[in-house]
Ligand binder design. Structure first.
Ligand SMILES: *[C@@H]1O[C@H](CO)[C@@H](O)[C@H](O)[C@H]1NC(C)=O
Ligand SMILES: *[C@@H]1O[C@H](CO)[C@@H](O)[C@H](O)[C@H]1NC(C)=O
Ligand SMILES: *[C@@H]1O[C@H](CO)[C@@H](O)[C@H](O)[C@H]1NC(C)=O
Length: 228
């Protein structure tokens, strides 16, 4: 029963995602998508894999469609995880998920202060200002929610691949909120600000994907209900 209720709870958001995607298409964001796929292509040739390297294995899975809805190009995935030296000593996916949460939190704080300084630098009351005000709210949510998700995952982490679906899904639902909030800010910014500078906002959503993917791998739970 509980499973069904939770699954359904995630559903209404899907229509928001669809609406957002249509918005993206209609506003001609195709260029960004194009750049992304170019990156994917070039990464394939640049194989820096070492057999048995957990970070590399994880990032291969993040980039090759193993996780269906979730994607992060292999090379940036590796460099993001390796930016924290704890990745080198991570014993399993669960350890890496915690690293990913901490990197995400750090990155989100940076973006939140970038949003503040952009807002203070504006000389006109215009749509950029409104977009930034929404982003302030989005990132307040993000920064409040990350510790919550991290703690929820810490409850599940010792169970690892033996974690029950219900336990894993709670942590994923929490991360889903981060995805939605960071995406909403990105979409407002791309519509109301300098198109060439929004990539940093989308980048945070990729970091959310990384945490999501690691939780899925850590708990052996594939969920098709990410809604961002
Ligand atoms: C990567 O995905 C494969 C399935 O394609 C899975 O068997 C393997 O355990 C995954 N590796 C890691 C490190 O998650
Ligand atoms: C990571 O680096 C910091 C210093 O930058 C050090 O204090 C810490 O012990 C290192 N951790 C690991 C796991 O190597
Ligand atoms: C809003 O004003 C700022 C200058 O303060 C400008 O840089 C920005 O492009 C404007 N945004 C829109 C959507 O016109």
């Amino acid at each position: 029963m509980q499973t069904i209720a939770k699954t359904m709870a995630a559903r209404p958001l899907t229509s928001i995602t669809l609406a957002a995607m249509l918005l993206l298409v209609s506003l001609g964001i195709a260029k960004v998508a194009g750049d992304d796929s170019k990156n994917t292509g070039s990464n394939k040739g640049n194989d820096m894999a070492r057999v048995g390297d957990l970070v590399v294995e994880v990032c291969k899975n993040m980039s090759d469609g193993f996780l269906k809805q979730i994607h992060f190009d292999e090379e940036p995935c590796i460099s993001v995880l390796r930016s924290d030296n704890r990745s080198a000593v991570a014993k399993d996916h669960g350890d890496l998920a915690i690293v990913a949460f901490d990197i995400l939190e750090h990155r989100s704080k940076e973006i939140a202060s970038k949003i503040d300084s952009l807002l203070h630098g504006l000389t006109a009351h215009n749509w950029t200002e409104r977009a930034l005000q929404f982003c302030v709210a989005d990132y307040a949510t993000v920064l409040h929610t990350i510790p919550l998700c991290r703690n929820m995952f810490l409850d599940v982490k010792p169970l690892g691949r033996k974690a029950g679906y219900e336990d894993a899904i709670v942590a994923l639902e929490c991360v889903d909120r981060l995805g939605v909030a960071t995406r909403d800010c990105s979409l407002r910014m791309i519509n109301n600000w300098d198109y060439n500078q929004v990539e940093v906002f989308f980048d945070v959503t990729r970091h959310v994907s990384l945490a999501w993917g690691l939780i899925e791998m850590a708990t052996d739970t594939l969920d098709d209900h990410s809604t961002w």
